[in-house]
Design a protein around this ligand. Structure first.
Ligand code: ADP
Ligand code: MG
Ligand code: MG
Length: 920
């Protein structure tokens, strides 16, 4: 049998058996076509019609002509439609009019716009007037056809039609289209025909079949139009899907006041409320409602005007929702009191609505909890937890001309604040003047971080989504727009400018990290609180429930078989409390060095570093001990009952010292001025700092290496940890400290340091009379050698935590700051790397090392606890990998905990039941 290129709407079963699945039908007939066919099957009133397949489109794209037999099939299908409607295409006595509508598998902008009223000609128009006795309606329909056909199929500019109509109305003193009479529309038909002739050099086709043929061809061609191609590139829609063509019997909403057209969502797409939301217009056609030609009426008004149609409509849409188990976005037309459905599809919605609809539908029993969890995306959660601009306020600002610039939406959320152009000023204004601050820079560097953290938002004129500003902002949950390249920043004059619009330092701006827009002035924001978002909490609780199920992973004995847990990185009790309220069930990384930087402690730390003897050093450390103990006490209390991983000191010591260059300048100034007071101290300090200089500090004396060189520091830290743990235990607070040794490269390092630390822990517990305490000693895996020799390392380490930032740096041999500033953007653009490996784990390299380390480590110690504490712990794709390779948990910034909880559930569902670890 010849290939079938054309399916009538009631041939959906055939399409299904050919395509093999519903997804296949959607690919073959497109979203619109399959929806119309599906509705027809369900007995919903759909005007008869047919779909020319996407396969035909692909053939056309390849050969430049209709595939063999297609046109004949289209004509045959048209005859079937004639039978079903009792009308005849091109017959003036009883003409069949159709629309021609494009429709790919995924609804996408760029495809050809719909042409309505095809087959109207001078002759059929006459016939229709006789038939309907309604010349106004017929001439209105005819001029619409010429206009749509002219612009969409023949490519004439809209204005060529709009201008003469506008002039005509002005001349006659009309405001609205409804004021146009039959005679007026008749005149417009002639005008529009003349427009076609003038623009194209030929007459508007008076052969209905020619109209159909040209329209079909135009749909096919639109698949390879520039707009469509650009859109597919941006959204990764494959080029070989093709678009279908739908030919649908016209139904008329413009036949008088018992007719109309409308669009509706079965639930509110912005709030998710279970209430139909839509608009309709009486005596109107097609896109009049959307185009806002007249003010449309809310759908509920229909109940008074046309109760029967209204109830039928509610019933149909209800059934559609039940059938698709999704919120539907529908189009309909009422022709002389009869309802026709013209389209149904899953409706687009805001993050808020996505969550509410998912929870409601699960509660209604329409979908399972698992399905509800899967329907919410990690991005939805991200959006919901950042402050948002009030949409109305934003629109108003735009209208008032407050738009300033657009850049890359690097970190979501809305921020309003006063602009400052350097980190120190930003921090000062925020801390001392208690101002809301937006830090504005051409780009940021590591020493700008304090300013960023103090700011409500960050704006840069350079860099992309992987720039330093973007990465840091995301880590701290600060709304951020980067690369707003139209902005010129004058750091001297303290002003930024776009096309003559200037913002001086201290002036208010509003930055939308969700969309990348920047406005002048203050736009009202809405601050979301997680505890107030009950539907989101429900989804997250369901996500946790799913992850907690045993058997979500098939694994060797003692490996985790539940899904991932989500822990958080938190240095201070305040962060720990936030992490807990966001659902973290452990602290995966507490960085202790932050505690050394506080103003009253830093001088003691410096004294400790500069100590000449071990006694001097111990003395300084004894002064620090109470501070540290208090820090840990607070953290343990905040995380009562949950494990807390404390990382011993990690950075090189010079980071705690004054800046070398600045100190040198001071020394020089003193010398030049001939002042002696304080000179000697400064000179000594400078010598000491210089002696600490390393050419590559990242790979120098830090982490466990520093602890071996100078064990007193970590000994103090361990003492502080266990004293705090003991004190908490005595206060009946359950604590689970885990001591993490950073930067291990060989087990010998652990053999050197760990027993000393364990002895201290034991001694403290004994001193305090604590018999039982749940604690562990373990290490960070961040040096490739540690990963490779994991079996050895696990002899001592009771847990591994992947420090994937350093592990990525050292596996690739990149220094992150340099890489992100200098070449990563190019690498990603040139497809040398698929993504920034500092944001999304490189599975093939770094990921393989992790997998190896876990497998080897658990050969030595099957119950080895494994986590990840790099920024990757909050990235859904990286979380997926952690699930696959057998992590117990992921740990991320408190702000990303809810996102990680959802992502963990998604991956657990995706892989549940499947063997994820081969028996090794
Ligand atoms: P889009 O993909 O842009 O939604 P559509 O093909 O759905 O385009 O059509 C545009 C407008 O024309 C919609 O309002 C639709 O309801 C209306 N329309 C399409 N076909 C017909 C028809 N056969 N009869 C009446 N109205 C139609
Ligand atoms: Mg459209
Ligand atoms: Mg539509």
């Amino acid at each position: 049998m010849a290939k079938k290129w054309v399916y009538l709407f009631d041939e959906v079963a055939e399409a299904e058996s050919y395509a093999g699945s519903w997804d296949g039908v959607r690919a073959l007939l497109g979203g619109k076509g399959s929806g119309l066919a599906d509705m027809t099957r369900a007995g919903v009133p759909v005007p008869p019609g047919f779909t020319v397949t996407t396969e035909a489109c692909n053939q056309f794209s390849a050969s430049g002509k209709f595939p063999e037999g297609m046109w004949a099939q289209e004509l045959a299908a048209l005859q079937e439609v004639e039978k079903r409607t009792g009308k005849k295409f091109g017959d003036p006595a009883n003409p069949l009019l159709v629309s021609c509508r494009s429709g790919a598998k995924f609804s996408m902008p760029g495809m050809m716009d719909t042409v309505l009223n095809i087959s109207l000609t001078d002759k059929t128009a006459e016939g229709m007037i006789e038939l309907t006795g309604n010349p106004r309606f017929v001439y209105d329909s005819y001029r619409r056809l010429i206009e749509m056909f002219g612009t969409v199929v023949l490519g004439i500019a809209d204005e060529a039609f709009e201008e003469p109509l506008k002039e005509y109305k002005e001349k006659n003193g009309y405001k609205l289209d409804t004021e146009m009479t039959a005679e007026d529309w008749k005149a417009m038909v002639e005008t529009f025909k003349a427009v076609v002739k003038k623009e194209k050099g030929f007459d508007f086709p008076q052969d209905p079949l020619k109209q159909l043929e040209l329209a079909t061809e135009a749909v096919f061609k639109s698949w390879n139009g520039k707009r469509a191609i650009d859109y597919r590139r941006a959204t990764n829609i494959p080029d070989d899907l093709g678009t279908a063509v739908n030919i649908v019997t016209m139904v008329f909403g413009n036949m008088g006041d018992d007719s109309g057209t409308g669009v509706a969502f079965t639930r509110n797409p912005s709030t998710g409320d279970k209430k139909m939301m839509g608009d309709y217009l009486l005596n109107a056609q097609g896109e009049d409602v959307v185009a806002g030609i007249r003010n449309a009426n809310p759908i509920e008004n229909m109940v008074k005007k046309m109760p029967e149609v209204y109830y039928q409509f509610m019933d149909i849409t209800d059934k559609l929702e039940q059938h698709y188990k999704e919120m539907q976005d529908v189009e309909f037309t009422i022709e002389r009191g009869k309802l026709w459905m013209l389209q149904t599809r899953n409706g687009k919605r805001t993050a808020k609505a996505a969550v509410k609809i998912a929870v409601d539908m699960a509660d209604e029993g329409l979908i399972s909890k698992e399905e509800a969890v899967l329907r919410v995306t990690p991005d939805n959660v991200d959006t919901l937890l950042h402050p948002q601009f009030d949409e109305k306020a934003k629109k108003a600002a735009e209208k008032a001309g407050a738009f300033f610039a657009r850049g890359v939406n690097a970190s979501p959320g809305a921020a309003v604040g006063q602009a400052y152009f350097d980190a120190n000023t930003a921090e000062k204004m925020a801390k001392e003047k208690k101002q809301a601050v937006i830090m504005v820079r051409p780009f940021t560097k590591p020493d700008d971080v304090h300013g960023m953290i103090a700011s409500k938002g960050v704006l840069t004129s350079e860099g992309g989504a992987t720039s330093h500003a973007a990465v840091v902002a995301r880590q701290f949950g600060i709304p951020c727009v980067v690369g707003a390249s139209s902005i010129t920043i004058d750091l001297e004059k303290r002003v930024m400018e776009v096309n003559g619009k200037a913002v001086k330092e201290g002036e208010w701006i509003s930055v939308d990290g969700t969309t990348g827009e920047v406005f002048i002035g203050q736009i009202k924001t809405i601050e979301p609180k997680i505890e107030e978002q009950s539907e989101l909490l429900t989804i997250l609780n369901w996500a946790d429930e799913i992850c907690a199920r045993d058997g979500m992973r098939n694994a060797p004995p003692k490996w985790p078989t539940r899904g991932l847990q989500v822990w958080a990185n938190a240095d201070y009790p305040k962060d720990a409390r936030r992490a807990r309220s966001y659902g973290a069930v452990g602290i995966g990384l507490c960085r202790t060095e932050h505690m050394f930087f506080e103003t009253e402690r830093l001088p003691i730390v410096q004294r400790m570093i500069l100590a000449k003897t071990s006694e001097e050093r111990t003395e300084a450390l004894n002064e620090l001990l109470p501070y540290q103990r208090k820090d840990f006490d607070g953290l343990f209390e905040a995380m009562e009952g949950y494990p807390v991983i404390i990382r011993l000191i990690d950075p090189p010591l010079h980071e705690f010292m004054p800046d070398e260059e600045k100190l040198f300048e001071e020394v020089v100034t003193l010398r030049v001025k001939g002042e002696t007071e304080g000179l000697k101290e400064k000179e000594d300090l400078l010598t000491a700092i210089r002696s600490m200089h390393e050419s590559n500090p990242m790979m120098g004396l830090r982490g466990v290496r520093l602890s071996i060189a100078m064990p007193e520091i970590v000994e103090m830290q361990v003492r502080a940890i266990f004293e705090a743990a003991a004190d908490c235990t005595l206060r009946k607070i359950v604590v689970k400290p885990e001591v993490m040794i950073p930067l291990t490269g060989t087990v010998k390092e652990l053999e050197w340091i760990q027993p000393r630390l364990v002895r201290i822990a034991a001694a403290v517990l004994k001193e305090k009379g604590i018999k039982k305490l749940d604690y562990k000693f373990g290490t960070m895996i961040e040096i490739p050698r540690a990963a490779v020799t994991a079996a050895e390392i696990a002899k001592l380490a009771e847990f591994f935590s992947f420090g994937t930032n350093d592990l990525t740096q050292m596996t690739f041999g990149y220094s992150r700051d340099d890489a992100e500033r200098n070449f990563l953007v190019t690498y990603v653009e040139q497809k040398i790397l698929p993504k920034n490996p500092f944001q999304t784990l490189d599975r093939d390299g770094v990921g393989k090392l992790m997998e190896w380390a876990i497998t080897e480590g658990r050969k030595t110690r099957p119950e080895l606890e494994v986590g990840i504490c790099g920024e990757h712990g909050g990235d859904p794709e990286s979380i997926e990998w952690c699930h696959i390779i057998g992590n117990n948990y992921v740990s991320c910034s408190p702000f990303r905990v809810p996102i990680a909880r959802l992502a963990a559930a998604h991956v657990a569902l995706k892989y549940s039941g499947k063997a994820i670890v081969e028996d090794k």
